[in-house]
Design a protein around this ligand. Structure first.
Ligand SMILES: *Cc1c(COP(=O)(O)O)cnc(C)c1O
Length: 455
């Protein structure tokens, strides 16, 4: 009987023969691929826009695309977010904001806000010249942005960052009078255009913990107090924004004029305590898949990987997944099973493998290495019909129980972290490939993308 050509990854629908050729070329170049569905990104953004009341609600939505769009690829994710109705984009690092403009997303398309900098060495002149909104949250920051605006002869669009309780960027209540004393004359003079007032929430993703809910309530009260002080000083903000994904989904009272979802765009809820992506009508956009390396029989009691932290409980087969910590697979997602010897027992990250018995979830067995890790197949590879070269799935859209398909939340649990870190750690040596680009993007946006990445 001919071997069944079952595949653990979804059967990809290619848009064209060129898309299929790109897929084959990527597999030859690297034994793992991160495949991002632009329809999922667009639809997640559409949903987030609906959640705030639609495009004419008075609340705009920013697609937060910092850190290479949470590892999904800056430009494709930004364009898909715009296709889904985002009218703002946000990045932490200023070079990513500039890159968006350089790659062809002009001020006619959307506003861009950038926020992390040391206040003294950020390229304010370039940012202002490129119509990028900047955040200020320190006195040296105000001086630097004002100096750049004067030199250019063009007002800087500024969002005043206030520390409502997060304890990171922004003016504290105590320092705010000094900030206002600088901001007000600069605004009157037309050097600064005070566009916004904003802040960030610390625990909006824990609606089940009463003290966290109370702390978010306090942050909201503080935020409103800062607004009142700006009003009184004569520089009322035009746009207030406070809500991340968690608050966009669950705190409509603080949508204000703009919300800033990040993780929701990529299809995840911010914290598994909030449930699953499905509960919030979100769809994970990224699938991480790999092609198996060596698959072989191993006897009972065999140590697997560095430190012998996994001993095979029975005669079995093992398979190599050719991704390691140098790819961003967390070493903390290693799986330990010492067969009682040292009482170390910890499940590793999950991997979906198609077997003769249907899809099965296996776990990282032993320590994650630099470029690979092993899985114990708990049976004979011949009987399971698992072979070198088979495609396996580390995480995907999470289509439900019957698909046995892990999500980045499952990897986060195994690595004791959050889904955000699972994506953003994935190195760029793993090819990023894009599904459904032609369905989502207008022709001139499609033309901005690297054609070899389109499936
Ligand atoms: C990352 C970030 C967001 C988005 O947060 P999510 O939890 O991903 O929705 C919003 N605002 C700021 C300032 C951020 O740094």
């Amino acid at each position: 009987m001919e071997r069944m050509t079952l595949n653990a990854a979804p059967q990809w629908q290619f848009s064209s023969p060129a898309g299929e050729a790109n897929y084959r070329a990527a597999r030859k170049r690297y034994p793992a691929q991160a495949i991002v569905d632009l329809v999922a990104l667009r639809d997640n953004m559409r949903h987030l826009v609906d959640v705030v009341g639609g495009p004419n609600s008075g609340t705009a939505v920013m697609g937060v695309v910092k850190a290479d769009a949470y590892g999904h690829g800056l430009l494709p994710a930004a364009l898909a977010a715009l296709a889904g109705g985002a009218t703002w984009l946000g990045t932490a690092q200023s070079h990513e904001a500039l890159l968006l403009r350089k790659l062809g997303i002009g001020p006619d398309r959307c506003h861009i806000l950038t926020w992390v900098y040391n206040g003294t060495e950020v390229p304010f002149d370039e940012l202002i010249a490129n119509d990028i909104d900047v955040s200020v949250g320190s006195l040296p920051g105000i001086d630097a942005v004002a100096a750049a605006a004067r030199k250019l002869g063009k007002p800087a669009r500024v969002h005043v960052k206030v520390d409502s309780g997060f304890g990171r960027n922004g003016f504290t209540e105590e320092s705010f009078d000094a900030a206002l004393a600088k901001l007000v004359p600069l605004a009157k003079e037309g050097v600064l255009h005070i566009v916004g007032q904003w802040s960030h929430l610390a625990v909006a993703d824990s609606p089940d913990v009463p003290e966290f809910v109370a702390s978010t309530d306090r942050q909201i009260a503080n935020f409103n107090a800062f607004t009142a002080r700006m009003d009184k000083a004569g520089i009322a903000p035009e746009i207030r924004h406070l809500a991340n994904t968690a608050a966009t989904l669950s705190r409509p009272e603080i949508h204000f004029e703009l919300t800033r979802p990040g993780i929701g765009l990529y299809g995840y809820e911010p914290d598994p305590a909030m449930g699953t992506p499905r509960d919030w009508q979100l769809k994970p956009a990224m699938t991480l898949q790999a092609q198996l390396g060596t698959v072989k029989h191993v006897e009972k009691g065999h140590g697997i990987s560095y430190g012998r932290t996994y001993l095979t409980p029975d005669d079995t087969s093992t398979a190599i997944v050719p991704l390691g910590y140098a790819d961003g697979i967390h070493r903390s997602a290693s799986g330990f099973d010492m067969q009682g010897a040292k009482h170390i027992d910890k499940p590793g990250g999950p991997v979906r493998v198609m077997t003769a018995d249907g899809p099965k979830l296996y776990r990282v067995s032993g320590r994650v290495c630099m470029d690979q890790f092993m899985i114990d197949l708990h049976g004979s590879c011949d009987q399971l019909d698992v072979h070198e070269g088979d495609t396996v799935c580390l995480f995907g859209p999470g289509r439900g129980e019957q698909f046995a398909e892990p999500t980045a939340d499952d990897w986060a649990r195994a690595a004791d972290t959050i889904s955000y870190e699972i994506f953003t750690c994935l190195r760029n040596r793993i090819p990023r490939l894009y599904l459904n680009a032609a369905d989502v993007l207008p022709a001139d946006d499609l033309a901005k993308l690297d054609p070899t990445t389109l499936l």
